[in-house]
Design a binder for this molecule. Sequence first.
Ligand code: NI
Length: 168
Amino acid sequence: MQKLTILQYPDPRLHTVAKPVSVVDDRVRALVAAMFDTMYEANGVGLAATQVDVHERIIVMDTSEERNRPLVLINPEIVRRSEDSKEWEEGCLSVPGIYDTITRPASVRVRALDAQGEVFELDADGLTAVCIQHEMDHLLGKVFVDYLSPLKRSRIKTKMLKRQRQAA
Ligand code: NI
């Protein structure tokens, strides 16, 4: 069990753009295992490597109720987005306690490598589609609060910084 430190908004490192993984090897698999430990421990449904200060295109997720369907996406690409969109109340392990409604395409098809380095495609809707898009944003250095108004974002920033000072 290896727990990694999750960067907290507004940490500027959350805005780093991740690089593609060149080889899916034991180093990557060890990171994936540690990311799953960290995500499950924090009760999250998804975690991007960016959030643990590793700037490579790696995502771990589990959107099942039973918390027994781990999904790894390495070098993910969206190959299809639905025309219709859906609103979802999103949260993030890097912005704990903050939830807001974000509108995104309702379903997506993603192409990625698995932990063995094999290519696969997945059609996702509901929470899984939301999670894939949310985590892929992290890899581009984007946090969900970046979709909110500047006023809302500045309030969230103040709240987070105050909380981080109190915890320090
Ligand atoms: Ni997030």
